[in-house]
Design a protein around this ligand. Structure first.
Ligand SMILES: C[S@@+](CC[C@H](N)C(=O)[O-])C[C@H]1O[C@@H](n2cnc3c(N)ncnc32)[C@H](O)[C@@H]1O
Length: 225
């Protein structure tokens, strides 16, 4: 298996961040629906949710419409992304329902055992210290709290990776800085084995890990949250 190539974590380039936001608003509906169906499957209707590495805030904005009783907060290390996320929430008429703030996956701005749900989509590959992040998830979730973490995995079949790279270049690749974005993300993601080892080293206990094409899903085990 090829070595991981770490991708710089924070998207501070405004032009690139605006482009990401534009594309995400256009094409992220299906990924948002898949996360929504996992939340429904867990029976979560209300409570406190934190979205980590929210980028332009597409996921909490989409989910907030479906779950008006869940109080969404969302963090990103990039102040540019947080600024864009606020604008997107205002545009969606949800600015008073979601709170966006600059914050780090390694130091979640939440009290111990305060979250009912934690989400993290397409961000794990930016984290060079996943164990520290998983420990933060363990610290901040209530007993029986749920989490859904989705990312690429570097050992996905090269056929799938090639196909998705073609889609990416077709839909997202019009911006020169974004063209190689998919492959850079895959190359900086973890293999399933690496990720299982990180989870085993962390304080997070009630997890299951499974794959869907190029994606790795890490979720709390039903019944245990
Ligand atoms: C590829 S984007 C994903 C955005 C969104 N979750 C989505 O799926 O559309 C990854 C985001 O993670 C943020 N990020 C990177 N390292 C981070 C960290 N240590 N803590 C919080 N956010 C981070 C980046 O700034 C970027 O906005």
């Amino acid at each position: 298996m090829r070595e991981r190539i770490s991708e710089s974590g924070v998207i501070e380039d405004r032009e690139l961040a605006e482009y990401y936001s534009l594309m995400a608003k256009k094409y992220m509906r299906i990924p948002c629906q898949r996360v929504l169906s996992r939340i429904k499957a867990k029976g979560i209707q209300q409570g406190n949710c934190l979205d980590v590495g929210t980028g332009p805030g597409i996921f909490p904005i989409f989910l907030s419409k479906a779950f008006p009783e869940i109080r969404f907060r969302a963090i990103d290390l990039s102040s540019v992304m947080i600024d864009i996320a606020w604008k997107n929430a205002i545009e969606a008429g949800l600015a008073d329902q979601i709170e966006f703030q600059v914050g780090s996956a390694y130091s979640l701005p939440c009290d111990d055992q305060s979250l009912d749900l934690l989400l993290c989509t397409n961000t794990l590959h930016h984290l060079d210290r996943p164990v520290d992040f998983f420990n933060e998830v363990a610290r901040t979730l209530k007993a029986g709290g749920s989490f859904v973490i989705v990312d690429f995995h570097r050992d996905a079949s090269f056929v799938w990776v090639g196909l998705f790279d073609l889609f990416w270049r077709f839909f997202f690749g019009k911006h020169p800085k974004a063209r190689k974005g998919f492959m850079e993300s895959v190359n900086s993601s973890y293999t399933l084995e690496e990720c299982r080892a990180f989870l085993n080293q962390s304080k997070l206990t009630n997890w299951k890990l499974y794959t869907r094409t190029i994606e790795m899903w890490i979720e709390s085990i039903p019944g245990n949250g």
